[in-house]
Design a protein around this ligand. Structure first.
Ligand code: NOJ
Length: 527
């Protein structure tokens, strides 16, 4: 198949950088943009096509940058706008695209818009946020809970009204029904488009609108003790309101008005799959509504096979798939599936049909790093301790080498390093997963079938998952042995292109494929 017509974002592998934790350049223990620039060559070596930067905007850091106090700047801890411009220039020089995080649902309480808004009931910016009177008993306007625990309403003593926040009280929700908000946020997108970004990752987009009548949420019939308290209600009125799709369409038009290559919208919405599909907006919404299915899945061949089939079957016409194994909010893949499974999971991610997003450090098999209570930074963990919701363990510094602070900083890292950083780091020779990730990314680039070819499930029996990827005159088969036992399985005559152990390339055989425990292979079928 000729893929020259496919837009870059369909063929690309995206790499998520959490700027605080990637590379520090000034010894303050926190990563920064200048640090990212020094690591671009690594990403090119790895075979990445695009980076997505989590927020680097000015912020009081109540939620580590997801509380933005100025949408058009760079927080001094991360550098300057000049650093950002240099990052774009340097990335572009290396053929890398740059996607930035856009946080439209809420600002920081320190954003001048909110500071004005809370000043008085008749402030011109009052309606930029969601203010309501208390209930007659003085309580919050309804029963909505915050994602981070507790009520989603905070009473502001200045005016005696409550404001709504889907997340922390320090993250007041913007009122997207106000046209002035929509215009101001459109200007923000324009600001970054003019600076040359190639797309946006849209933070928590399903929260953009709430039920206009602010109706109470009904109880969640599936709620059980031990579940995160915020799940006590079925949050039907709190998010995923239809108006969001019009906004996405508008942004898509804006992006399309920029000449040259296509800019991309990647949306984040933790919703059931059927709902996520709606965010494609019939080809007029997000290009890539994040598909988090692999993050929530058990490591089970039959389960994964049906999950992939279901996802593929629900895609709207023209909807391009995407896959994600990890991000800055969820337990790392090496911890979820275990170290033996991590190479197979990477092979799965990089051989399924669709744009993959890799999370920094996962290419090293980095596991969740235990963070002692006295070092906890994440507000979620502080507010709702004991539920395993804390995200610090998945945000620890990237280990680059075996030197004192793993080459991440000359100072003290803001979160602890992985205990095994002396051996698990980029510079360490023989990190099989790192080299495998690189080999897989190279294979994707080389094989049209992997980049844009069709997907077909062949079988999922016991612990073996087998699927094919097809292009004109090329048939690849991916076979993953997800068990701790050696397995054999019938296959057509093949040439082995890549094993997760990286030691069988070029092997030719017919009929029977033998796999070692936890081994996956990509085969080129010769018949
Ligand atoms: C989703 C982001 O991924 C998460 O890190 C953040 O805390 C919330 N949105 C709020 O912005």
């Amino acid at each position: 198949m000729n893929t020259t017509g496919s837009p870059w974002w369909q063929k690309a592998a995206i790499y998520q950088i959490y700027p605080r934790s990637f590379q520090d350049s000034n010894g303050d223990g926190v990563g920064d943009l200048a640090g990212v620039i020094t690591r671009l060559d690594y990403l090119v070596w790895l075979g990445i096509d695009a980076i997505w930067l989590s927020p680097f905007y000015p912020s009081p850091m109540a939620d580590f940058g997801y509380d933005v106090s100025d949408y058009c700047g760079v927080d001094p801890i991360f550098g300057t706008l000049a650093d950002f411009d240099r990052l774009v220039t340097e990335a572009r020089a290396r053929g890398l695209k740059v996607i930035v995080d856009f946080v439209p649902n809420h600002t920081s309480e320190a954003h001048p818009w909110f500071v004005e808004s809370r000043g008085s009931r008749d402030n011109p910016k009052r309606d930029w946020f969601i203010w309501r009177d208390p209930r007659p008993d003085g309580g919050p306007p309804n029963n909505w809970l915050s994602e981070f625990g507790g009520a989603a309403w905070t009473k502001d003593e200045i005016t005696g009204q409550y404001y709504y926040h889907a997340y922390l009280p320090q993250q007041p929700d913007l009122n997207w029904r106000n046209p002035a908000v929509r215009a101001a946020m459109r200007d923000v997108l324009t600001f970054w488009l003019e600076r040359g970004v190639d797309g946006f990752r849209l933070d928590t987009i399903h929260h953009l609108f709430e039920d206009e009548g602010l109706r109470d949420n009904p109880p969640n019939p599936d709620f059980k003790d031990g579940m995160a308290p915020t799940l006590r209600f079925d949050r039907v009125h709190q998010f995923d309101q239809p108006e969001v799709h019009g906004i996405l369409q508008d942004w898509r038009h804006l992006l399309e008005s920029y000449p040259g290559h296509e800019r991309v919208l990647v949306s984040e919405a933790y919703l059931p799959l059927e709902k996520v599909m709606g965010y494609y907006g019939g080809g007029k919404g997000a290009h890539l509504p994040f598909n988090f299915q692999l993050i929530g899945a058990p490591w089970d061949a039959a389960f994964l096979a049906s999950l992939i089939t279901r996802y593929e079957s629900l895609l709207p016409p023209g909807g391009w798939p995407n896959w994600v194994l990890g991000n800055h909010d969820r337990s790392r893949v090496a911890s979820r599936f275990g170290p033996d499974a991590a190479p197979l999971a990477t092979m799965l991610l990089l051989t399924l049909r669709g744009t993959p997003t890799l999370y920094y450090g996962d290419e090293l098999g980095l596991a969740d790093v235990p963070v002692p209570p006295e070092m906890v930074q994440d507000p979620w963990e502080k507010l709702v301790p004991g539920f395993g919701l804390g995200r610090d363990p998945v945000r620890t510094p990237m280990p680059w080498d075996a030197s004192a602070s793993a080459g991440f900083t000359t100072g003290t890292p803001w979160l602890p390093l992985n205990a095994d950083f002396a051996t698990r780091n980029v510079a360490a020779e023989k990190n099989n997963l790192l080299l495998l990730t690189r080999d897989l990314l190279a294979l994707r680039k080389h094989e049209t079938a992997l980049q844009t070819g069709a997907y077909g499930l062949i079988e999922s029996r016991s612990d073996i998952l087998t699927y094919e990827r097809l292009a004109v005159d090329r048939r690849l088969q991916v076979v993953l042995n997800m068990s701790a036992a050696a397995q054999h399985t019938p296959v057509p005559a093949y040439e082995l292109l890549l094993s997760t152990r990286r030691d069988r390339a070029g092997e030719m055989a017919e009929r029977l494929l033998r796999l070692r425990p936890h081994e996956g292979v990509v085969l080129a079928i010769r018949e």
